[in-house]
Design a protein around this ligand. Structure first.
Ligand code: MN
Ligand code: MN
Length: 330
């Protein structure tokens, strides 16, 4: 019998890069259906010291007004991100981890029986991560989580310009002692965490009593302005100021993000949203989050996939700031 040349690889594909990988930089080639699910197969690390970027989950949804479930968001987004593990990322044309060192620092530890302590605890743990010097990308969790995240970032950077993608303004009156995913923006303005004159909300298609002077690109304007026009409005509003980017997944149409607590029809497609994000490289973002992914209402991981792509875009924007050269737009 003549020897047969096998087309199969001699060794099995590697698994569990999050724990067993040898190089912190670069992509991996791990089966998407198994292995330890860190975000984009990055190493797990107890702290982010020495890393350029940290990915962190905050599985908290006790401030949800309607349908809870976003506590399962970080797990689902990590699982969906396995498909984005190693190749050059579209449309950037580079592997962000060729230059950027990024680690997954796991999830925020919270006591479900002490809901009132959650914001303080999230802020404290976020500060610990930021103290290492890493840029933080947070996976939510309901949108109340962005308030303590803003506090942690503002403690380091001073007041920030907020760029918020959302179907909702989240400007409902923040009553003392309440934790509510619909009022974090009002709280942030009233406490001077964000500068409303340089903040902007994109994709809004509900009415709330107050704008607090924040510029708004509502849901229908996405169609008239187009993604390039929307990006231009954002860049003009924030200028070169330090900014924070918060993406409530319900900014997308329920066709592209059914798995969320408060879906609203008439939203952006994932393509439109990603086109806007891709064009935001000139902005000076110091922090990012993607919130409100609620897997119990998801189908075929549509929503988690959208969130994973959004977080990947955040990471590529950071890589570009650190010198990665994107492929020209074709
Ligand atoms: Mn929101
Ligand atoms: Mn919303």
């Amino acid at each position: 019998m003549t020897e047969r040349k096998s087309s199969l690889p001699r060794r099995p594909r590697p698994a569990d890069n999050a724990f067993k990988g040898e190089k912190i930089r670069g992509g991996v080639n791990e089966p998407t259906y198994g292995g330890a699910l860190s975000f984009m197969r990055r190493f797990y690390a107890r702290d982010a010291k020495g890393a350029d970027l940290a990915i962190w989950g905050v599985p908290f949804d006790a401030a949800t007004s309607n349908r809870p479930g976003s506590r399962f968001g970080p797990q689902a987004i990590r699982r969906a991100s396995a498909i984005l593990e190693g190749d050059p990322q579209y449309p950037f044309g580079f592997d962000p981890f060729a230059s950027l060192t990024a680690v997954d620092v796991g999830d925020c530890a919270l006591d479900y029986g002490l809901v009132g302590n959650a914001p303080r605890e999230i802020e404290r743990q976020a500060k610990e991560i930021l103290d290492t010097g890493a840029t933080l990308v947070t996976l939510g969790g309901d949108h109340s989580v962005t308030y303590p995240l803003l506090k942690a970032h503002v403690a380091k950077h001073g007041p920030l310009a907020l760029v918020q993608f959302d179907a909702h303004q989240d400007t409902w009156h923040p009553e003392e002692g309440r934790i509510d995913h619909g009022s974090f923006v009002a709280r942030a303005v009233l406490e001077g965490l964000i500068d409303p004159k340089h903040s902007i909300q994109v994709g809004i298609r509900t009415h709330a009593p107050a704008t607090h002077g924040i510029e708004m690109v509502d849901g229908n304007s996405i169609e008239t302005l187009g993604p390039a026009g929307v990006a231009k409005r954002i860049l003009k509003r924030v200028g070169k100021r330090k900014a924070y980017l918060s993406f409530d997944i319900d900014a997308l149409d329920p066709a592209f993000a059914p798995g969320t607590g408060t879906p609203v029809a008439g939203g952006m497609s994932s393509r439109e949203a990603l086109l806007v994000l891709r064009a935001l490289a000139p902005a000076n973002f110091v922090g990012f989050d993607v919130m409100e992914v609620a897997p119990p209402y998801d189908h075929a991981d549509i929503t988690a996939l959208a969130a994973a792509h959004i977080a990947m875009h955040f990471i590529c924007l950071v890589a570009m700031r650190m010198g990665a050269k994107p492929r020209p737009v074709r």
